[in-house]
Design a protein around this ligand. Structure first.
Ligand SMILES: Cc1cc2nc3c(=O)[nH]c(=O)nc-3n(C[C@H](O)[C@H](O)[C@H](O)COP(=O)(O)O)c2cc1C
Length: 192
């Protein structure tokens, strides 16, 4: 049985956002497959970004961040859903990951001075919605913001493999949004 953690990285957790609809669709499908699902809405409890390097070394004190760390440890598959904001994840999601990473939660010292990820054994899916066509984002912008998230946060923490799915023209009011929701539901249904 998969223990799933869904992270809705939209700073606005209201049901009117496409991210909320996609998180719901994925969650329902995964639960239908017998998965144990936990969901965190980053926008429901926004945290400030780190302002001092020393904070990163200290254990977090925020109750929600401590709970989030527990949810990461309990999961064997983590799904991130967020809208593209200025070419990358919204800063609220980055701030959340900075806070979750506090106290050496994501990394430890490995051999020869290299950092070693502490969340290995967990896979991830990253679902990104955006206004532009995904082909433009991938080819012209080289998907840099999402690649940085996948490699420099998830990869560094040892999370892998990471599958990424992009949806363009993505607004809940857009004509294709039903298709997008259906496609995300299908991803959840594929979980064993
Ligand atoms: C602050 C902001 C920045 C955005 N930046 C981009 C962008 O860089 N590229 C893009 O294609 N769409 C961009 N968009 C459009 C959003 O990605 C799109 O509205 C979102 O995926 C819709 O999902 P939601 O309903 O969950 O917010 C931006 C939207 C906002 C509000």
């Amino acid at each position: 049985m998969k223990h799933l953690l869904i992270i809705n990285g939209n700073p606005d957790p209201s049901p009117e956002r496409l991210s909320s609809a996609l998180a719901k669709a994925y969650r329902e499908a995964a639960e239908g497959r017998g998965c144990v699902v936990r969901q965190i809405n980053v926008g429901a409890w926004p945290v400030p970004p780190l302002t001092q390097a020393a904070e990163f070394l200290s254990e977090p004190t925020d109750k929600h961040i401590i709970e989030a760390q527990g949810a990461f440890l309990a999961a064997n598959h983590i799904v991130f859903i967020f809208p593209l904001w200025l070419g990358g994840p919204p800063s609220a999601l980055k701030a959340f990951m900075e806070r979750v990473g506090c106290g050496g939660f994501l990394l430890e010292q490995g051999g020869r001075g290299f950092p070693k990820g502490r969340l290995s054994g967990r896979s991830a899916r990253v679902i990104v919605t955006m206004g532009m066509p995904p082909a433009i984002y991938r080819l012209f912008y080289r998907a840099q913001g999402v690649k940085a998230f996948n490699r420099s946060i998830l990869g560094l923490a040892g999370i892998g493999p990471v599958a990424t799915t992009y949806f363009g023209g993505a607004e809940i009011t857009a004509p294709g949004s039903d298709r997008t929701i259906k496609a995300v539901r299908k991803l959840g249904e594929k979980l064993a």
